[in-house]
Design a protein around this ligand. Structure first.
Ligand SMILES: Cc1cc2nc3c(=O)[nH]c(=O)nc-3n(C[C@H](O)[C@H](O)[C@H](O)COP(=O)(O)OP(=O)(O)OC[C@H]3O[C@@H](n4cnc5c(N)ncnc54)[C@H](O)[C@@H]3O)c2cc1C
Length: 81
């Protein structure tokens, strides 16, 4: 996939588990020397939040509204103004 590796063979990651390949995040044993379940879970959560944020940002950049247009019952929200 084109990402870089550390000298120990783990995938190199930076902030929030992002690799240097845009849109590619790596969490858990593949990216760390410390191999513990709790570390993998924490990194997964961190990467998940970063991915969500990136997708929302992309949506906003494309001028799409992130506000839901329908409620839980599928009914459209009343337009204000
Ligand atoms: C024997 C042993 C004992 C351990 N004991 C502890 C302990 O007591 N406490 C602790 O905190 N940690 C322990 N660990 C470490 C812990 O298991 C790992 O740190 C943790 O599971 C890492 O999670 P992960 O999601 O990164 O990888 P994994 O849990 O390994 O999950 C990776 C998953 O990807 C799947 N996979 C691989 N290749 C592909 C593919 N090409 N396509 C689709 N799926 C694929 C695998 O089958 C696997 O299910 C232990 C590890 C081992 C080996």
């Amino acid at each position: 996939m084109g990402c870089r590796f550390t000298s120990k063979g783990a995938v190199e990651t930076g902030t929030c588990e992002a690799t240097d390949v845009p849109g590619l995040y790596v969490a858990g044993d593949s990216s760390k020397d410390a191999q513990f379940v709790i570390v993998a879970a924490a990194e997964g959560a961190e990467a998940g939040m970063a991915i969500n944020k990136a997708l929302l940002k992309e949506d906003l950049a494309q001028n799409r509204s992130s506000t839901p247009s329908r409620n839980r019952r599928g009914e459209p929200y009343a337009k204000s103004g």
